[in-house]
Write a protein that binds this ligand. Structure first.
Ligand SMILES: Nc1ncnc2c1ncn2[C@@H]1O[C@H](COP(=O)(O)OP(=O)(O)O)[C@@H](O)[C@H]1O
Ligand SMILES: [Mg+2]
Length: 308
């Protein structure tokens, strides 16, 4: 009975070509090393979901997948909210549990270090700071960070558009603050009128939200030099670079963190050409603790084309 169930499950995972190994089928506490569970590299351009209760091995699963991708020369980006994955930079310490699993699954586990790059929003704790200019980020994503309503969001869009027409660069929050302060000042009245549909009161609300963001340190993230998405696509000594994006210093502002990740995805979507089906992906994104990053409560459309 157990035998046939094992074979039935394993049959669902027979694949051709290079594949990453998730582990083996376990039925009634018995591991069958012959019944391998694998995912072909060629199908990793699909979306995947790892679900389970706390402590059931989701993060370890992500780590295992990320390590095998790196070994296969595929760069990966991991949003590491809890800092669980920083150990990938150093070889692991063997222990009885790991050795037992390696034996059960017929795995040739060896402690391995991976080329890890630490990024963090606005910097901190020795990580490389990541930044985007406000113009690059765009009014729609900034509205999400500032928690603006629809009216305020469209007002912000008009203000960005006006600054663009005046050839005023919006690199950081100071630049935007100066523009809104001008538009809501006596000298700026005529300009504000010229934009049309922008009330001074709404502009004032946006200004306050912006000042709040600055007070929380959110301004560190906006400015130059801007992150070059090509940096995420590097391969070192044949191993794909593992980019760990840390939240630690931004724990108070998960909205900024999740919006940043949306921005990064949109940038990559815009920069990278459609490649069709490949033998293996060019970059794989992981969002651990995704429920902290993405709220399902408020839905908005996030297409790359609509963000400017
Ligand atoms: N396949 C496995 N076999 C044995 N122990 C595991 C396995 N996967 C994870 N663990 C252990 O279980 C614990 C929780 O794993 P973790 O990946 O952090 O869970 P989650 O992210 O789902 O909360 C860790 O101590 C980890 O070493
Ligand atoms: Mg976890």
């Amino acid at each position: 009975m157990a035998e046939s169930a094992t074979q039935e499950i394993a049959a669902g995972y027979t694949t051709e070509g290079a594949a990453l190994e998730l582990g083996c089928v376990l039925v009634d506490g018995a591991v069958d090393p012959a019944a391998r569970v694998r995912i072909p590299f060629a199908t990793l351009n699909r979306h995947g979901l790892v679900a389970g209760a706390t402590g059931t091995g989701k993060t370890k699963t992500l780590q295992g997948i990320a390590e095998q991708l790196s070994t296969a020369g595929v760069p990966v980006l991991l949003a590491d909210v809890k800092g669980d994955l920083s150990g990938m930079a150093r070889p692991g310490e063997p222990n009885a549990k790991i050795e037992e699993r390696a034996k059960d699954t017929g795995d040739d586990w060896a402690p391995t270090a991976f080329p890890v790059e630490f990024l963090s929003l606005g910097g901190g704790s020795g990580a490389i700071p990541i930044r985007a200019t406000l113009t690059q980020f765009g009014p729609i994503l900034l509205s999400k960070v500032l928690d603006l309503n629809e009216t305020q969001e469209s007002t912000l869009g008009l203000i960005f558009h006006w600054a663009d027409q005046q050839a005023l660069p919006l690199l950081d929050t100071k630049d935007l603050r100066a523009v809104i302060q001008h538009l809501t000042s006596d000298e700026g009245k005529a300009d504000l009128k010229g934009i049309g549909g922008v009330s001074p009161a709404t502009a004032g609300v946006i200004l306050r939200a912006l000042v709040n963001l600055e007070a929380q340190g959110g301004d560190d993230f906006f400015g130059e030099p801007e992150l070059d998405p090509a940096d995420l696509l590097r391969v070192v000594d044949g191993k794909g670079v593992v980019t760990l994006v840390e939240l630690a210093d931004q724990a108070a502002n998960p909205r900024l963190f999740s919006t940043f990740l949306m921005w990064l995805l949109a940038e990559l979507y815009e920069d990278l050409p459609e490649a069709g089906d490949l033998d293996k992906p060019k970059l794989v994104f992981f969002f651990d603790e995704a429920h902290l990053l993405f709220s399902t409560r408020r839905r908005r459309s996030w297409s790359a084309s609509s963000r400017r």
